[in-house]
Design a protein around this ligand. Structure first.
Ligand SMILES: [Ca+2]
Length: 462
């Protein structure tokens, strides 16, 4: 007779466990040992470490000729940092400050400069930069021009270009061009002062020295993972859709993360995804607080995302570069796992139930029949061994004692062993982790009934 998860079980179990003492140990086998031995020995590398292992926050990358130019937030003795590369992997720091002088509007007592954005304006190069406005005390965005991407960029005018004092100032300029028309994205820094932070889009002149239309608000902070802040926009167009990348959270912590929103029209409405694209968790800690991103085409013609992440003692933000692929209109980053909810998977003889402690508030239960299965579509940027994390709950008992459970795993129709679930109790969700071999592109990952019973909350892979 098929097992049915009952509402009384948690109560009964609590009584049983209290009577029996600590939960019985699970079988000695682990998910790592259960996996293909060759796969288990392969490193679960997410990104191959920073491409620039020094403080280089908010990187902006521009390809000019065969050379990539990266510009970053100020450091000791430099208003702006500058580095060059031919491959996005090996970087050479420039000897000089590309922005040796700041606009007359900048507060001389607070000469920190943030988040530069550089573009080829057809007659030279334009840099937008963020600094403290002396008159308002807020951060604002100024403009500088140069005849070479190496600089020196010279400030334009006596005033900042964007300085909405009533919205908390403006930071994080980013360029976007469509049909020959130039735009600038920027963030109103409302979180400085108890207001909303908005990402704006505003038309500017071809050389970026003047605004040429009103700013339109595209999105603001609202999701729990955004931690009250959205900033650092990057806008691109792919397959007819607009994809707006942004960073969110406090940049000072490991909770800083990168998300995206999509729209059918340039001015929106933009629809966010519920989960970040890149976070400390999605990189399994291999990058901490990924943000300040930019997108650029690599020397092989494929997309890259360049971003910063904290070093181990959180004293410096290193620069990273990772492959980025668009599939089904959404981006995937190499090494950054994607969460797929079990309740959104294809179910066979299993049922979705409300589950307050589960991610997304729901989980899949009643995977109880010999032919019960939960089938996920999961994308991998690269072929090879990837970490697989299954969030599950297992309240199985064996002769009244807590017991391990399992599901049989198949990938793209091939048997891939089992996933073992140590006992957790019902409605207690934990991760079972093991490596899995994925093909590049979409994969079908199926979990089907194995030993005893477990419920599924979500799967993370890629
Ligand atoms: Ca779920």
């Amino acid at each position: 007779m098929p097992y049915r998860r009952g509402r009384l079980l948690p109560v009964l179990l609590a009584v049983l466990i209290a009577a029996a003492g600590p939960a019985a140990a699970d079988p000695a086998a682990t998910n790592a040992a259960a996996a293909n031995p060759a796969a288990a020995s392969a490193p679960a590398v997410v990104v191959d470490g920073p491409v620039l292992g020094r403080n280089f926050p908010d990187p902006d990358v521009v390809k000019i000729g065969d050379t990539y130019h990266a510009y970053a937030t100020s450091t000791v003795g430099r208003n702006i940092q500058h580095a060059t590369s031919r491959d996005l992997v090996n970087w050479t720091l420039a000897a000089s400050d590309p922005l040796p002088a700041l606009g007359a509007w900048v507060d001389n007592g607070r000469r920190r400069v943030w988040a530069p954005d550089v573009f080829d304006n057809g007659d030279g190069y334009t840099m937008h930069y963020t600094a403290h406005d002396r008159a308002s005390g807020k951060q604002c965005i100024g403009t500088a021009l140069a005849s070479s991407p190496d600089g020196p960029f010279r400030p334009v005018g006596d005033a900042p270009l964007i300085c909405p004092v009533g919205q908390g100032g403006a930071i994080d300029a980013a360029g976007y061009t469509e049909n020959g028309r130039r735009y600038m994205l920027w963030k109103s820094d409302g979180n400085c002062c108890g207001m909303d932070a908005w990402i704006h889009l505003q038309p500017v002149s071809g050389d970026g020295t003047l605004t040429s239309g009103r700013a339109v608000r595209l999105l603001r902070q609202e999701l729990p993972w955004e931690g009250g802040v959205v900033e650092a926009p990057t806008l691109i167009r792919r397959d007819g859709r607009y994809i707006l990348f942004y960073s969110a959270g406090s940049y000072e912590g490991y909770g800083y993360a990168t998300g995206y929103a999509v729209a059918d029209r340039l001015t929106g409405p933009y629809t966010k995804t519920a989960e970040p694209l890149m976070s400390t968790e999605s990189f399994a800690g291999a990058v901490r607080g990924p943000g300040g991103q930019d997108l650029v085409t690599g020397p092989d013609g494929r997309d890259r995302i360049v971003f910063h992440g904290w070093n181990a003692d959180r004293s410096q933000r290193f620069m990273y570069a990772a492959d980025l692929v668009f599939a089904d209109g959404r981006p995937f980053v190499r090494g950054s796992a994607v969460r797929y909810q079990a309740e959104d998977a294809r179910l066979h003889r299993a049922q979705v139930r409300e589950a307050a402690g589960a991610l997304g508030g729901r989980a899949v239960a009643y995977i109880d029949h010999d032919d019960s299965s939960v089938e996920f579509r999961a994308f991998a940027v690269s072929a090879g061994v990837h970490p697989l994390s299954v969030r599950y709950g297992n309240g199985s008992l064996d002769e009244g004692r807590p017991a391990g459970a399992s599901h049989n795993l198949s990938v793209n129709g091939e048997d891939a062993g089992v996933v073992l679930y140590p006992y957790t109790g019902w409605d207690t969700w934990r991760y079972a982790r093991r490596p899995v071999v994925l093909a590049a592109g979409w994969n079908t990952i199926r979990l089907s009934k194995g030993e005893r019973h477990a419920e599924l909350d979500c799967l993370e892979a890629g």
